[in-house]
Design a binder for this molecule. Sequence first.
Ligand SMILES: C[S@@+](CC[C@H](N)C(=O)[O-])C[C@H]1O[C@@H](n2cnc3c(N)ncnc32)[C@H](O)[C@@H]1O
Length: 209
Amino acid sequence: MRQHVNPLSRNFDQIERIPSLIEMFDDSKLPLHLDIGSAAGEFLFDLALNNTKWNYLGIEIRERLVRTAKLKAREREIKNLYFLFGNANKIVHEFHSQFITKNLQSISFNFPDPWFKKRHHKRRVIQPELVNILSKSMRSGSQIFIKTDVKDLFNYMDCTISSNFNFKKIAKKDFNYSESFNPNKFQTNREKYVVGNELDIYERIYMKI
Ligand SMILES: C[S@@+](CC[C@H](N)C(=O)[O-])C[C@H]1O[C@@H](n2cnc3c(N)ncnc32)[C@H](O)[C@@H]1O
């Protein structure tokens, strides 16, 4: 069951202090991957445990999920994984210079909330303003990954990112996963459900020019 949280609610106006990369990770110089809408973080746990030469940062708007994920990472002493609670749009807007550094290699938006009704499209996490900030702060060669099972949402995200001329699409067949943040091609929870139910997946990779 999808549980939608309205990111435009006033509850999310305040942002918690964002620690520095040095506080978040044991080795802050490692390449960094950012997963937006990381839910309970299982996907990032798989990644962090298997790719110890990468740092992984999840942003999630459901506070309880973030609290539990942070506790789990601390208990297991995983030093290349961190979670931030809040609306990703606000966090990226206010703190992009802090964590969108030269270390940031890639960002994933996996199965974002679709917000089907047109009047709710402004609640979708990918917004022109977010893409604009990312286009100004990401270094060239870094990548954005989008994935969804909702065709209309895919078209919307593709159009929003492609409207920004600082990103170009990469053909999946030309992409070398072995050097990416996810060389083992781990699946997210939603992805496992979608694959299990033989639903379509729409995905695309963009590179900052
Ligand atoms: C459908 S779930 C997908 C979770 C996971 N990425 C996966 O593929 O299994 C979308 C997630 O994005 C989170 N989310 C939605 N809008 C957000 C926002 N503006 N900032 C941060 N997280 C958000 C939701 O709370 C939810 O956990």
